[in-house]
Design a protein around this ligand. Structure first.
Ligand code: ZN
Length: 440
């Protein structure tokens, strides 16, 4: 029997915070939540001295945590060391369940990753014809014969809990093209390394926000080339051609893949996780309106202006979609996302149903850092913010974390302890009642 005593318990229901409470666990499950600090004899007692005890975080939109093709662009898998590093970062952030939404990984590639970490790793299924076409249009280098021959049904039968990520920043000319494909192509051509922000400036000058070559803004393109240290190395016409080749071929099949994934999700009775950004919004809305159980991924995508995002979020909500707000790297590294402004706006409008990290070019925020910022700024009370990271994703994705996401008798003892003096500091993580993390 494990007894976590003198805890400030946040149960995950969105409201409840109990000071000086005790949680008992045995055989991997929570057996009792009691007021006060009394513990049964013989228990292994951990006195938390007022620290916060909450359900382990359930992060329902991550990338780069399994073997197999990376992202909806079917890029080559990360090296084992990088996969391990991503898993450790999630665990050290108090996360106990992750949902990989790369989509093309085969069951054995997910199982292989599961050997690397005590985290519960679940996966989504994405092997649809249009998704494979979109991947091959922009990359596809991680797709083997086996991936091309495998079926989505196989992924579902092996335990995939959602369909997706349908569309992506990599295939729809979004963030993935800005931190990955455009910088890579520019470097091949010129030897110059550019940042995601510089890639975005070049892309928007070359193709406009609607990704249309006719929208090329000559003055802005000259300025973006100069800003990226490319003046004299790349003509505006050549720059536009390179960027167009990275971005345009994926658009049509990626948009088509959203409708296809929606029909697949309805067929299997699974939730659809759909990339939400200006180029995909119409397709995501159509999916939700057709009655698909739709999770609109990163509704706060920073390619939306605040006004367009709020209008999109309200329309999606009316259509029955569940709205995901992503931190990306907006509270911490800020390498791919400049600020959390859109997420804050969406939270303040009461339009966020669950919070995830997404990938942020590998710089994804630790969730407690986001939690601390959101609660510290008075945007949400702590129990409401914890709900968005625990019971809310468990409810939105029924196969993802059954019997998890709450502190209540009978639930699996996936638990995270955050320091009362500093919410961003993770003190312990338990999975199935077993301590799996404690910082040195
Ligand atoms: Zn996405």
């Amino acid at each position: 029997m494990l007894a976590l005593t003198n805890a400030t318990v946040i149960t995950g229901d969105g409201r409840t915070l109990l000071a000086r409470a005790t949680v008992l666990a045995a055989d991997g499950r929570i057996t009792e939540l009691r007021a006060g600090s009394g513990v049964p004899p013989g228990a292994r007692v951990l006195d938390l001295d007022g620290d916060y005890l909450l359900p382990g975080f359930i992060n329902s939109h991550v990338h780069g945590v399994t073997f197999g093709p990376l992202f909806a662009s079917g890029a080559p898998p990360l090296a084992e060391e990088a996969i391990r590093r991503n898993l450790v970062r999630h665990l050290a952030a108090g996360t106990t369940t992750v949902l990989s939404v790369d989509g093309f990984a085969l069951p054995e590639e997910v199982a292989e990753a599961q050997h690397l970490s005590p985290l519960t790793i679940k996966t989504s299924a994405g092997l649809t014809p249009a998704a494979l076409t979109a991947a091959q249009a922009v990359d596809g280098a991680g797709l083997t014969e086996r991936h091309l021959a495998a079926s989505l049904k196989e992924q579902v039968e092996a335990g995939a809990v959602a369909i997706g990520e349908a569309g992506s920043g990599h295939t729809l000319g979004g963030g993935g093209s800005e931190y990955m494909y455009i910088p890579r192509r520019i470097k091949e051509e010129t030897g110059v390394e550019i940042s995601p922000a510089q890639a975005r400036a070049l892309k928007e000058a070359a193709l406009g926000k609607e990704l249309d070559p006719a929208a090329r803004d000559e003055a802005a393109l000259q300025a973006a080339l100069a800003g990226a240290g490319l003046a004299g190395r790349l003509t505006p016409a050549r720059a536009q051609a390179l960027i167009a080749a990275c971005v345009l071929p994926g658009l049509k099949p990626a948009r088509r893949s959203i409708a296809e994934a929606a029909a697949t999700a309805r067929h299997f009775g699974l939730p659809l996780i759909a990339h939400t950004a200006p180029p995909s919004l119409a397709a995501v809305l159509a999916a939700a309106r057709a009655g698909t159980h739709t999770i609109a991924a990163h509704t706060n995508h920073d390619s939306f202006t605040a006004g367009a995002m709020l209008a999109a979020a309200r329309a999606l909500k009316r259509a029955g979609a569940i709205l995901d707000g992503a931190t990306f790297d907006s509270f911490g590294a800020r390498r791919t996302t400049e600020s959390p402004a859109n997420l804050v706006t969406l939270l303040k409008a009461g339009l966020v149903d669950l919070i995830t990290t997404d990938y942020g070019g590998g710089f994804f925020d630790p969730l407690p850092l986001a939690l601390k910022a959101i609660v510290g700024a008075g945007i949400l009370p702590l129990p409401a913010a914890v709900h968005l990271l625990t019971a809310a994703p468990a409810a939105a994705l029924p196969g993802l974390a059954p019997e998890r996401g709450r502190i209540a008798p009978g639930y699996i003892a996936d638990l995270t302890v955050l320091a009362r003096a500093d919410l961003a500091r993770v003190r312990y993580v338990f999975i199935g009642g077993r301590q799996v993390f404690h910082p040195r």
